[in-house]
Design a protein around this ligand. Structure first.
Ligand code: FAD
Length: 577
């Protein structure tokens, strides 16, 4: 009897992990990987650091080689071999050897598509000029490295994590970098006020940011430099090179041409076992659309973690359905966990952000801001972590979290990510037992604190006011955060304003900076000065980061005042100014 034949298209993150798992589960089947590039299983996530010489040897990027696959896993790898088409009826693929141009057909019993994604190219002229680069493969990185010596000034188009990692690594090579972004903020996984931290950090490290900036054309100067033409004001700028990093889209042409179901974002639609609309074909990684566990909506999430795990799950399902009895393991969907490091700052997210929540009006949410230290203040080197937690107002289910800081950020977001996967609530966060010693955290870890603030709010003993709320109660609803600061000043001067703003910091702190119109009643004087506070209006208490205001809220609540804490204090206010 001939062996079951599993063919895999694409030999990097999803494809390679799928192949290795297939072999671990079944020694008997035949497994072949087809990869149109010259490498399999390379670390594309490491490429920006190869540009910046953080990773110096190219070999380090090769996680596995065809020889290793052959020897260790008995898996044949055909590199430089492109799959041209899929014949679903007769279950074969047509491939071409890119070195010899010879075509052949390969029969399959099970087929896995892990063709990844391709760069989105902006619709502008000049993208084919020398000096315009994209970074996706090892050859791309070689090309960029080879021309680094001629680069003094570079434009990076696109301010997602990849564009920014590239910007950081170019800057490390003493190159002047301008990041150009069409949107109002960088890093769309963050809400805009959280992105503001990253923006100022990048600027402090010499990266020029041009937001809301549209490039209309790239042209070549006589000296071979590249001129960027901007849509506004007929402005132009000249650079030595331009990096394009404006996003990716699924490389799903093979699937589309074979008539497999694809979704609204152009990705292949799969079930929870990563099986496509054809029961003999599975698809994993950047090429598939995934269900978001919180919104239950389809989306793309082109990241390495899901690709690798999906490859593993597809392998399990293939062996289960084609070869032997195995327990079924379903893909749980994605929740959007990301991390990025830029000039010593860590930016991490999990779940959905407020921007997405606003697009899903079915979910009633609340949010808290907090700025705890990464570890106790008395141990040297404590650094703040700026956090935002979003949760379901109806039941406390955690919906998402964002954190920015120098140390301990990824750990906190990973903890919250695990809780989200367990469909846990803010009540679970407040009770989480996390490790503690002075150099690692605090007896109430930032994760606990986030849960405590949210749970206190839900229980009604710590009402929160939002900066936007301040605006919305007094003006026609205006979504633009640009205007929040401006509006705040107007509202504070308004004698009919609904809330009296009470700043409970010390007089010296208040003098340094305060919200226009806020009165100063330091926390330690509050009980003696209750008569200065409004009985009619709500009192919105503010301090540095929200902690003293929490104590003030508790005092005032117990004295019968209608009181709310302006979440995140002046630290958060600075984001809205
Ligand atoms: C520079 C860079 C940095 C990144 N950094 C991170 C990071 O820090 N964290 C993170 O989570 N993710 C990161 N990613 C994204 C991550 O690498 C991808 O999500 C992941 O590799 C997707 O895996 P995949 O198997 O779907 O596709 P890929 O790993 O891209 O593999 C697809 C392969 O299929 C091959 N292929 C396509 N079509 C055919 C065909 N017709 N025939 C044969 N072969 C074909 C391609 O040549 C490619 O090698 C980064 C990506 C890049 C490019």
């Amino acid at each position: 009897m001939s062996k079951t034949r599993v063919l895999i298209i694409g030999g990097v993150a999803g494809g390679a992990s799928c192949a290795a798992r297939i072999r671990r589960l079944n020694e008997d089947c035949e497994c072949v990987i087809f990869e149109m590039g010259s490498y399999v299983s390379f670390a594309n996530c490491g490429l920006p650091y190869f540009i910046g010489d953080v990773i110096v040897e190219e070999d380090k990027l090769l996680v596995a080689t065809p020889a290793l696959f052959e020897k260790r896993f008995n898996i044949r790898v055909c590199t430089d071999t492109q799959v041209l088409s899929i014949n679903r009826q007769q279950q074969y693929i047509t491939v071409t050897d890119l070195k010899t141009d010879k075509q052949r057909q390969e029969h399959y019993d099970a087929l896995v598509i892990s063709t990844g994604s391709k760069s989105v190219w902006p619709e502008i002229e000049g993208l084919n000029l020398p000096g315009v680069h994209v970074l996706r493969t090892i050859p791309d990185s070689r090309k960029i490295r080879a021309s680094l010596q001629h680069m003094k000034k570079v434009a990076v188009m696109g301010a997602g994590y990849l564009g920014l990692e590239l910007a950081e690594n170019l800057k490390k090579k003493q190159i002047d970098v301008t990041v150009i972004q069409t949107g109002k903020q960088i890093m769309n996984s963050l809400d805009r006020e959280m992105a503001a931290y990253v923006q100022s950090h990048l600027q402090e490290h010499g990266i020029e940011l041009q937001l809301e900036c549209h490039v209309s054309q790239i042209s070549l100067e006589k000296d071979q430099r590249l001129k960027l033409h901007f849509s506004s004001e007929h402005e132009t700028q000249v650079y030595d090179a331009v990096m394009i990093s404006v996003g990716v889209k699924p490389r799903a042409e093979l699937a589309e041409n074979a008539g497999l179901e694809t979704g609204e974002y152009g990705g292949i639609r799969v079930n929870e076992y990563l099986q496509t609309s054809d029961p003999n074909i599975w698809a994993v990684g950047d090429v598939v659309e995934v269900k978001n566990v919180i919104t239950d909506k389809w989306q793309l999430f082109p990241m390495a973690g899901p690709a690798n795990k999906q490859g593993r799950l597809a392998a399990t399902d293939i062996v289960r359905k084609k070869m032997q009895t195995l327990p079924a393991i379903a893909f749980r969907g994605i929740q959007g966990t990301t991390v990025c490091g830029l000039f010593g700052l860590t930016i991490a997210t999990t779940g959905i952000n407020e921007t997405t929540l606003k697009q899903n009006p079915g979910i009633e949410y609340e949010k808290v801001y907090l700025h705890p230290n990464n570890h106790v203040g008395y141990y040297p080197g404590a650094r703040p972590i700026h956090m935002k937690l979003l949760y379901d107002l109806r039941n406390g289910r955690i919906l998402g979290a964002q954190a920015v800081g120098e140390d301990g950020v990824a750990r906190r977001i990973d903890v919250i990510a695990s809780f989200i996967q367990m469909e846990a609530t803010v009540y679970d966060l407040e009770e989480a037992e996390l490790c503690y010693a002075p150099q690692f955290g605090a007896t109430k870890d930032p994760v606990n604190l986030a849960g405590m603030i949210a749970a206190n709010q839900l229980r009604g003993d710590h009402p929160l006011a939002k900066w936007e709320e301040l605006v919305e109660t007094h003006t026609q609803v205006n979504e633009s955060q640009d205007q929040v600061g401006q509006m705040l000043s107007l509202i504070m001067d308004d004698p009919f304003a609904k809330a009296q703003i009470v700043d409970v910091r010390t007089a010296a702190e208040y003098e340094r900076k305060h919200i226009p119109g806020a009165i100063n009643v330091p926390l330690d004087e509050l009980r003696q000065r209750l008569n200065e506070l409004s009985q009619e209006r709500e009192i919105w208490v503010v301090c540095g980061v929200g902690q003293r205001a929490y104590n003030a809220t508790r005092i005032l609540q117990q004295h019968g005042f209608k009181v709310k804490n302006l979440s995140g204090g002046m630290q958060t206010y600075s984001l809205f100014e």
